[in-house]
Design a protein. Structure first.
Length: 340
């Protein structure tokens, strides 16, 4: 028979001792808070999702006072929606929640790309076997609340700091060193995500491939440092014009990509033409003005797979280059391809 308060599906473990928080742990609290602040982006707060059937959580303010954003308090299946929408750094789940077992929750969290850590809480007194049971199923710990609120806060500090540090390092690894834009690897992930959104929800997207005109001549005449200035200027413009859900990337050399979310081919072509005009007005000392050629393709109008969307945009870019540069070319519609 399962002990009261155990996560469902976990056998009872023999008792081995008790106790967790010490006075040393209390002294570590401000140190961990300082580390968390230093690791996080200055505009980003740690996001915590709470899964429980309780309507009033008396200890919620204690976490908020530590600087955390409680993104939602959900129960059962609604927690799955909140998890996808809020992208929390940490999940706190009650062992007494109905409609969603802790085992199912751990399984779901392990299948996400982010690998969000889970802490369990309940009203039952902490014992070594209860903590071991939580660890066995993949949770990071168990806490009795409100008795162990200080212990919980310390553990939340630790895990959120770790999550934010990992996100920062991952982000830096996915950025182009010269421009700060996404690199090719990060671009591929974003492209796959947007096409998958179309497959699941019918949300269109578009891909703009940009290539700097006469880049070799610029490097040969003015030197590569000046060529790098041109590249950085284009990156600066892309950063300013893109929306929060768009992705700007440098794919290598003088080639860039702008992945536009929730936009069709007609609007993408208009956006590309505006972008071309803005870039043509930019000036670099010694070089003066410079221009770009842009190829445009949209999903599903011009392609319905990641590979096909990139190929269609790349072919359109080739057309723009071949027709004289400093212009926008749009890929042919899928229906038009059938008759060629």
């Amino acid at each position: 028979m399962m002990a009261k308060g155990y996560p469902r599906g976990i056998p009872k473990v023999p008792e081995q001792g008790s106790g967790f928080l010490t006075q040393q742990g209390q002294r570590m609290k401000p140190i961990l808070r300082k580390a968390r602040t230093a690791a996080a982006h200055p505009r980003e707060r740690g996001r915590v999702l709470i899964i429980t059937d309780e309507t009033k959580i008396l200890w919620r303010k204690a976490l908020e006072s530590e600087g955390y954003e409680i993104v939602d308090v959900a129960a059962g299946a609604a927690a799955l929606v909140s998890l996808r929408r809020a992208r929390p750094h940490l999940v706190l789940a009650s062992t007494g929640s109905k409609g969603l077992s802790t085992i199912d929750l751990v399984r779901m969290l392990s299948q996400t790309d982010e690998g969000v850590p889970l802490l369990l809480f309940g009203s039952d007194a902490l014992t070594p076997q209860l903590r071991q049971a939580a660890l066995t199923i993949g949770a990071f710990d168990y806490f009795q609340l409100p008795a162990e609120l200080d212990s919980l806060t310390l553990r939340v500090n630790q895990l959120v700091t770790l999550r934010q540090t990992m996100e920062r390092l991952r982000s830096e690894a996915d950025l182009d060193h010269l421009t700060g834009l996404a690199n090719r690897r990060r671009f591929r992930v974003a492209l796959n995500r947007e096409v998958e959104r179309w497959r699941r929800y019918g949300v269109p997207c578009a891909l703009l491939l940009l290539d700097i005109d006469h880049m070799k001549a610029i490097n040969d005449r003015f030197g590569h440092p000046t060529g790098d200035s041109v590249i950085r200027q284009i990156a600066s413009v892309l950063t300013k014009v893109l929306r929060d859900n768009d992705t700007a990337a440098r794919l290598g050399g003088e080639e860039f990509a702008l992945l536009l979310a929730s936009i069709d081919g007609e609007k993408a072509a208009a956006a590309a033409e505006r972008l071309r005009g803005i870039l043509a007005e930019q000036t670099i000392p010694e070089v003066g003005n410079f221009t770009v050629s842009i190829g445009v393709a949209a999903c599903p109008a011009h392609a319905t797979t990641e590979r096909a969307l990139y190929a269609a945009s790349d072919q359109a870019l080739y057309v723009a280059k071949n027709e004289g540069r400093n212009r926008v070319a749009v890929a042919p519609l899928i229906q038009e391809n059938l008759f060629k």
